[in-house]
Write a protein that binds this ligand. Structure first.
Ligand SMILES: N[C@@H](Cc1ccccc1)C(=O)O
Length: 230
């Protein structure tokens, strides 16, 4: 498929062609007047806005699709993971890129708690050699509670955000059709920021984009996996 891209909106096709109308009606209803324990935003949910095609700003777009698909059948506990490119209208500096990668994870089961989420994140990062984490309460319109994750960057001499996480809200899950007692813990982590910390890199632009040193890419051991040495 050919996509013409203008900024972050896609020019062609600029509008989505098909949406599940029954789900759209439930989303509109919960945004405008609440439900499932939420008070809603008390303002109009605009179909023209929702129909616009744009490059995803987070991989949670993919997680939502997977949860919606899961809700179609009888519930079984599931885990989903993705690592993919995201696009943001960001000013680029030594810790920000406008295009970067997110490591997304979603675990759905009955009885999951915030403790499970903290445990999974701590285990994941400690296996990479990063056990010095801080969790900060945050706000996401689709998770409650929510936590940003920080780790210390020795070169920059500051704590940098390496991810965001939370438990998906009932007003997001139930309109999809998931059972009321199902809990979903989820996270969206930066790929580049932990790499900066682990490889002692002070400028994120050296890791991705036109400033990448090709010699470094060729000589890095991980890029040689599966390639016979001469
Ligand atoms: N989508 C969030 C990360 C996130 C994923 C899943 C749950 C909560 C938060 C972000 O881009 O920052």
């Amino acid at each position: 498929m050919l996509m013409l891209i203008c900024e972050y909106l896609i020019v062609a096709p600029s509008m989505t062609r098909e949406l599940p109308e029954d789900y759209v009606a439930r989303v509109k209803q919960v945004h405008e007047s609440g439900g499932y324990g939420s008070r809603g935003y008390n303002c109009e949910w605009k179909r023209e806005e929702a129909n616009k095609n744009l490059l995803r700003t987070h991989t949670t777009a993919v997680s939502s699709r997977m949860l919606y698909a899961l809700a179609k059948g009888p519930f079984t506990p599931k885990k989903y993971f993705s690592i993919d490119r995201v696009f943001r209208n960001e000013a680029v500096d030594k810790t920000h890129l406008a295009e970067f990668h997110q490591i997304e994870g979603v675990v759905c089961d009955r009885g999951l708690t915030l403790g499970d989420l903290i445990g999974v994140l701590q285990e994941f990062f400690s296996r990479l050699g990063m056990s010095n984490l801080r969790f900060k309460p945050a706000y996401n319109p689709y998770t409650e509670p929510s936590m940003e994750i920080f780790s210390y960057h020795a070169g920059l001499e500051k704590w940098v955000e390496i991810g965001n996480s939370g438990m998906f809200r009932p007003e997001m899950l139930q309109p999809m059709g998931l059972p009321e007692d199902v809990r979903v813990i989820a996270w969206g982590l930066s790929l580049e920021r932990p790499t900066m910390i682990l490889y002692k890199c002070d400028n994120i632009r050296e890791l991705f984009g036109h400033k990448v040193d090709l010699k470094k890419v060729k000589e890095n051991p991980i890029c040689r996996i599966g390639i016979e040495s001469a």
